[in-house]
Design a binder for this molecule. Sequence first.
Ligand SMILES: [Ca+2]
Ligand SMILES: [Ca+2]
Length: 73
Amino acid sequence: MTVNGTDRADRIDVETDGARVDVEGLKTEVRITGGETIDRLQVNSLGGNDDVDVEQAVFSLIGVAVDLGSGQR
Ligand SMILES: [Ca+2]
Ligand SMILES: [Ca+2]
């Protein structure tokens, strides 16, 4: 599963809520429930000076890869 930010500065949080993984800070909040067979989350925050925060507990549920894209300061 891939989620994309915008070309502006995004503040994206990836957090757990029980067995669920929430991605907050995008235009649409993304919820990944344990019933889905997603084992990898790719976060592309694209342009702008982005801040992506992944809660440690998320890594015990799914693999997460973050690409901050261009525009980092
Ligand atoms: Ca960026
Ligand atoms: Ca961005």
